[in-house]
Write a new protein. Structure first.
Lengths: 201, 448
């Protein structure tokens, strides 16, 4: 009996090691989940929170309001990915757009990719929509500022590859479309240490 | 009574284990056959059939979780040459992730490998495979005109090669520090085999084309080192490093010509069967041992030259940047002693174990003892199996060059030429050079 149990356990142990198992748990999106050490939703959230807070509290906004008596209009340009991972920068730029629009302090206009689609629609309206509902051409709101930036990363690991340190730096800048003047610059740094196990069961 | 209990124990442990080991052995043969079919259809240039085969193998679960790296490498390469670049990237991305995950070794698999064979271990990819997959991913992104993503892959392969270099040199330096007697000179080995000339060449081009002048120069210098280091191994002459300098001047070219030839080396099983004789008094103590060792054979290509004929006028010869098959063979030869020692230890342990069990049973029942001897031989025959897993669809050689073409449409004919001057294979491309094109990629393959 003892040996039969031992054999069953041994076989069970061998199979357990081979078999992946799936378990799904729903969780709060704001909860931190660091699984692989790669760029993830938490990093994107940290970047957007920092950038939104900084952009909405720095003097450029009040200065523009004071000088022009209207909120500035911003367009999101290209955030270059110069890291070693495929990072979707839209995750945090969209968050910034949302925060700007909802704050009522900053107007946001469609990005160049989005514009192409809307312009196509407007062109088609000229031909196919009723006179009353057709939207006029050349009434787009011009942006005062463009957000541009980049993400870069430095990776360092031990010779045995057991410990990896990843350092991300995310730079965002707000550039005056007319004068090229940079009115706001911020950067967010994220550093992670990944320690890998040599063995598992 | 005690003896009866002992033999009962043996049956209870022996039979389930034998059954498990037999099952483990069988699957590896199915995977070998699948890999063989995949290699043949890919080499014939029948990528549609290769795709179909891969899908069928996935459905039939021929690639188990331990073979996930292999499956994804094959999938990535098949879809790359089939022109499904997004799908190819998905496969390569998974392969890279699985290689990363395989860093943590499974103890249970290690135990299973001790009992059965190396096929139970997770295939974690060779370091050069980890670099080549990024090279092909970056080519995918160039095809998709996603320059930023191509550069991400370039950075990844540059980083991986740098880490490999540090690791190799780090080990040598550590030995040198320990060797206070200065008994010998500790060097990082005659050849840094993980230094891929093909990947450095590609990285230099992509960096140069994106305005990263310094990075391009560094990659170009490393290309020179890689060419020098691989000189000893190569069957064909190495292109002059200075002759490749044009890649540093991004305004002097807008088309990257690349031709892949040959196949990756074939791993074959070599079985050694011996009877070890011995006598214990009058008793015959002879027992049977079977070793299965993987043997690597290079697949010779018929191609001696690759050239691009542009608009039926200009002929641009491609330069043989890397013999990937030779690199993989050399890496394997470095690992061979470990693989062989492990196989021999395992086979001897299995043979001794089954012989001891048979002997114990024989004392109770002579006929049953003989049956256990036979079962032991069958067990060894079935479970001793060389690990023949390797990236089947990895091409053998990479030929490349750059050329500058004026705006407009051009016909580029890639010709694969034999030693006697016969054109073995031709691939024709219509290339459109537009104002905003960073780099147009012409890529073709002939696997014979």
């Amino acid at each position: 009996m003892k040996y039969a149990l031992l054999t069953t356990l041994l076989i069970g142990f061998l199979f357990t090691g081979c078999r992946p198992s799936n378990k799904v748990t729903r969780m709060d999106p704001s909860q931190t989940t660091d699984l692989s050490g790669r760029w993830n939703d938490t990093d994107a959230r940290l970047v957007s929170e920092e950038m939104i807070h900084d952009a909405l509290t720095k003097p450029w906004l009040n200065r523009f309001n004071r000088n022009h008596q209207k909120p500035p209009t911003v367009i999101v340009g290209h955030v270059r990915n110069e890291s070693m991972e495929h990072i979707d920068t839209e995750v945090f730029t969209k968050e910034m757009e949302r925060a700007f629009v909802n704050s009522g302090s900053v107007n946001v206009v469609a990005s160049s990719e989005e514009r192409a689609q809307i312009r196509q629609e407007r062109r088609e309206q000229q031909e196919y929509a009723s006179y009353e509902t057709t939207k006029a051409m050349a009434k787009e709101m011009g942006a005062d500022f463009m957000i541009i930036g980049n993400i870069s990363s430095i990776v360092d690991e031990t010779v045995d590859r057991r410990t990896v340190a990843v350092f991300y730096t995310i730079n965002l800048e707000l550039v005056n479309v007319e004068t090229n003047q940079k009115v706001w610059i911020n950067n967010k740094k994220i550093k992670k240490l990944i320690e890998r196990k040599n063995y598992r069961g | 009574m005690a003896a009866n209990k002992y033999s009962l124990t043996i049956y209870r442990i022996f039979f389930p284990l034998a059954l498990l080991l037999l099952l483990t052995g069988c699957h590896s043969y199915v995977l070998d056959d699948a890999q063989y079919d995949l290699r043949n259809s890919f080499a014939a240039g029948n990528f549609e059939k290769s795709e179909h085969l891969l899908n069928r193998f996935e459905e039939k679960n021929i690639y188990r979780s331990k073979d996930a790296v292999l499956k994804n490498l094959e999938g990535g390469m098949i879809h790359h040459f089939a022109g499904s670049y997004d799908t190819s990237n998905t496969y390569f991305h998974s392969a890279e992730q699985k290689i990363d995950e395989a860093y943590t070794k499974s103890i249970s698999r290690g135990l299973a490998a001790l009992l059965a064979n190396d096929n139970t271990l997770v295939y974690d990819g060779e370091p050069y495979e980890d670099v080549y997959l990024n090279a092909f991913k970056s080519l995918n992104y160039v095809h998709l005109h996603n320059w930023e993503a191509a550069l991400v892959e370039t950075r990844r392969m540059a980083y991986k090669m740098e880490q490999l270099d540090i690791r190799i040199k780090g080990i040598a330096e550590a030995f040198a520090k320990k060797d206070t007697a200065e008994a010998r000179e500790w060097k990082s080995g005659e050849v840094n085999l993980q230094n891929s000339a093909f990947s450095h060449y590609l990285s230099a081009i992509l960096y140069a084309k994106s305005g990263h002048v310094d990075d391009a120069r560094i990659e170009y210098e490393k290309l020179g080192t890689a060419l020098e280091e691989q000189k000893r191994l190569r069957r064909y002459p190495v292109p002059r490093h200075s002759g490749l300098k044009e890649i540093l001047y991004p305004n002097r070219y807008n088309v990257l010509l690349s031709g892949f030839t040959g196949q990756s080396p074939v791993k074959e099983q070599e079985d050694i069967r011996i009877w070890l004789n011995g006598y214990d008094g009058d008793e015959d103590e002879s027992f049977y041992v079977k070793f299965s060792l993987p043997k690597l054979t290079l697949v010779e290509t018929r191609v001696q030259n690759v050239r691009a004929v542009i608009n039926d006028e200009k002929v641009v010869p491609l330069k043989l940047i890397e013999e990937m098959d030779v690199v993989s063979a050399e890496v394997y030869s470095a690992k061979q002693p470990i693989i062989y020692t492990r196989a021999m230890l395992r086979a001897t342990a299995k043979a001794t174990g089954s012989h001891l069990i048979a002997n114990a049973v024989r004392k109770e029942n002579k006929g049953l003892g003989a049956l256990f001897d036979i079962l032991g031989i069958i067990g060894q025959e079935t479970t001793e199996k060389a690990d023949l897993r390797s990236w089947q669809t990895l091409p053998g050689q990479a030929w490349m060059n750059v050329v500058d073409l004026p705006l407009g449409t051009h016909e580029i004919r890639m010709e694969y030429v034999a030693a006697n001057g016969d054109v073995l294979y031709t691939d024709i491309f219509d290339v459109i050079i537009a104002e905003d094109i960073h780099l147009e990629l012409v890529e073709s393959i002939y696997s014979y």
